[in-house]
Design a protein around this ligand. Structure first.
Ligand SMILES: Cc1cc2nc3c(=O)[nH]c(=O)nc-3n(C[C@H](O)[C@H](O)[C@H](O)COP(=O)(O)OP(=O)(O)OC[C@H]3O[C@@H](n4cnc5c(N)ncnc54)[C@H](O)[C@@H]3O)c2cc1C
Length: 414
């Protein structure tokens, strides 16, 4: 296929948090953007619905705070982690961070993603097309690695082509763009399958995210996240290889957990108000290719969700923002070669590397249940370590300090 006259500066495939953030930043820098989304908003998305400052800061930066404040949501003041043997550690958000930024919130993706989609629709530089499923990227026949557009099925089911200088793969953990350029979003050892539903009337719910790293489930976890005054997002996620090795059905596992002695009283009057839905994603572990000639990957398509928690909305939006800034530079230079777009990979990795290094220790804990139990038992009694854990909620690079000799000594002496 010959290079076609470009209809757009950028095509964004997928309108989740990563794609919409990227499109909005690009449009506001004066670029002409086509967003193609396979679903129609508002739509559900399997998630646990937590929004940390990583996400909320970008919502503010995009000027969407007034809209965000109007969404149904639940304030979150801290995180409760329970280790496989039942040791608990509550980490409140740090009071200084809360003073400056406010608390976290849990908001259903149904509302949050619709807010982002509406913002895109209002933007004069964005053509926003729903019910358009991207099938594959289009390559230049003379330069076979150069992406020049996408093939998609339009709302009427007809095949269409659209052309742009750059294609952003923002189409999540099954991204056809990522797969076609040879960067699978499904990473062995880092891919977890999850199931979740909404429940009303769960007992003992506070303004907290509860994560239970249970025996047989860890390094995955069972969660209870309140999303408004009466509803909780409840689910369980496990590594794919653990599901296969144990031969478990995830939906059955969740039902079993709700009836187990640890949770049955909290769920005795609870009513499941939506069906169970499953979705998978890989968490970030190491640097991976996320840019090439005429293409970049953002969000789950690039596997940028955090290890330990699986948090991906804020990290996805952040990658979308960094991609937009890097693409702005490349488009101004009229150079969208792999070498030029590698600027995105460099800029993103500069931010991610210290976080990934810090999270290695947390990852080690998740893979060694006995050590994890011991650390949570000790750390939950040590004010200084709780303080460090609180500050870490705003700065993940501090996770590195958790494995420092000083911290280990504090644990031993507690
Ligand atoms: C069970 C679970 C719980 C989670 N809990 C949290 C949490 O509490 N907090 C948090 O921050 N993160 C959480 N995450 C991670 C978070 O959901 C993702 O990291 C986040 O959604 C990534 O955003 P994204 O825009 O990259 O991808 P997505 O949100 O998946 O968006 C991709 C978009 O692309 C569209 N699309 C897909 N294929 C195509 C195609 N071929 N053509 C056109 N459009 C397409 C999809 O319809 C979708 O709208 C959780 C994930 C799971 C699975």
């Amino acid at each position: 296929m010959q290079v076609q006259p470009t209809d757009f500066d950028v095509i964004v495939s997928g309108a989740g948090p990563a794609g919409t953030a990227c499109a909005l930043f690009l449009a506001r820098s004066g670029h002409n953007v086509l967003v193609l989304e396979k679903d129609q908003f508002p739509r559900d998305k399997v998630c646990a619905d937590n929004k940390t400052w990583k996400c909320l800061d970008i919502v503010k930066e995009l000027g969407l705070w007034a809209e965000f404040e109007r969404l149904p949501k639940r304030q979150i003041d801290g995180v409760r982690v329970t280790s496989p043997s039942g040791n608990e550690m509550y980490t409140p958000l740090h009071r200084e961070d809360v003073r400056v930024k406010g608390p976290w919130f849990n908001v259903r993706r149904y509302h949050f993603d619709f807010m982002l989609a509406k913002a895109c629709k209002k933007e004069k530089n964005i053509a926003f097309k729903e019910q358009c499923e991207v099938v594959r990227p289009l390559f230049d026949s003379k330069k076979p690695l150069q992406v020049i557009g996408v093939e998609f099925k339009n709302a009427q089911g007809r095949t269409e082509h659209a052309y742009a200088r750059v294609v952003v793969g923002a189409d999540g953990s099954t991204s056809p763009i990522a797969q076609a350029v040879g960067v699978s979003p499904r990473v062995k050892g880092r891919y977890a399958l999850n199931t979740r539903a909404y429940f009303e009337n769960v007992h003992g719910v506070h303004n907290q995210c509860e994560l239970y790293y249970l025996k047989g489930v860890c390094p995955g976890y069972f969660w209870i996240f309140p999303v408004d005054e009466k509803t909780c997002n409840v689910g369980v996620g496990m590594r794919m290889e653990d599901i296969e090795r144990q031969g478990v059905s995830l939906d059955e596992k969740l039902k079993e957990l709700l009836l187990s002695p640890a949770f049955k009283e909290r769920f005795c009057n609870a009513r499941q108000v939506t069906p169970l839905k499953q979705w998978g994603l890989s968490v970030l572990g190491q640097r991976r290719k996320c840019a090439g000639s005429g293409w970049v990957l953002v969000g789950d398509a690039g596997t940028f969700a955090m290890t330990f928690s699986g948090e991906g909305c804020g990290p996805g939006m952040r990658s979308g923002k960094i991609a937009a800034q890097s693409l702005h530079t490349a488009l101004q230079k009229k150079d969208v070669s792999e070498k030029s777009l590698r600027l995105y990979e460099e800029n993103l990795w500069r931010v991610l590397e210290p976080e990934v290094k810090g999270f290695r220790w947390l990852e080690f804990l998740l893979l060694h249940e006995g050590v994890f139990d011991w650390v949570i038992k000790k750390a939950s009694k040590n004010k200084e370590l709780i303080e460090l854990s609180s500050r870490m909620q705003n700065d993940y690079t501090l996770a590195r300090r958790l494995s420092s000799p000083a911290t280990l000594l504090k644990l031993l002496l507690t």
